[in-house]
Design a protein around this ligand. Sequence first.
Ligand code: CP
Ligand code: NVA
Length: 308
Amino acid sequence: MLRHFLKLSDWTREELIGLLNLADQLKAKQHSGESHHILEGRTLAMIFEKSSTRTRVSFEGGMTQLGGHAIMLSSANTQIGRGEPLRDTARVLSRYVDAIMIRTFDHDDVEELANWSSVPVINGLTDLVHPCQVMADLMTIRERRGDLDDLTVAWIGDGNNMAHSWILAAQVIGFTLKLACPPEEEYRPAPELLAQATGAGAKIEVATDPEWAATDADVVTTDVWASMGQEEEAERRKKAFVGYTVDEELMTSAKEDAIFLHCLPAHRGEEVSEGVLEGPHSAVWDEAENRLHAQKAIMVRLITDNIR
Ligand code: CP
Ligand code: NVA
């Protein structure tokens, strides 16, 4: 059956846990040097309309480790940049490759690509959500805590694509999520997405006070104040987010063994202090590594379930 990986709420709890279990197995194989060419002869097309370090390298390296191949495509070096419709690109790429990963701006474009594709489409980040990142984050939390039971996650900062992904993860997995965002509407999570998650029973609260959110949290997480595409708003945003830095003092409100996560790239001295990023709570390097393993699991599951 053709499945895509566009947002976490398209998948059940059982399915996401199954992906995390597979990611753990693939990580163990890679660390022990055991060959796992599960996708030998398979190809991934990667469309990037925004910059990337982790996503690009972890998908491409992951595909190599699985015995397959990845092709990097950007709007600048394909006909996408010259206006070829996504529905045409989707149908053509589907004749050549076994899966398509896309990083772009408008989430509707990813939905459009998936609607016209006959191979699985993976969302490598849109303005709305970044589901592969939160899979790596959940994997990292399980490694550190053992499970996702009785979990409280604190989100500090912008109500952006990462915040949205945490909201959908809280909906599907069932942990408690507390978000502290500045009061202005533009910095808060999208009301429809939030309402859909809480309507589905998610335990989510949104307020403005970082200390309230961090209190007794198992995980404290944040992200840049100006996401890709918001570069011109960076100075205005810096002012709006004063008081939303995750620093050593804020971390004292969280549980003693709390984990700090950040999808990276980080802006030290803005959304996170140097001391927290490099300090004992930080799991950011394992988190970045786990992008590789989580995405390998996603590719294996989607591509092997859709072998034609
Ligand atoms: N976290 C993340 O997606 O990083 P890149 O933008 O480097 O891919
Ligand atoms: N919110 C950030 C995440 C980067 C991985 C952005 O969209 O730029």
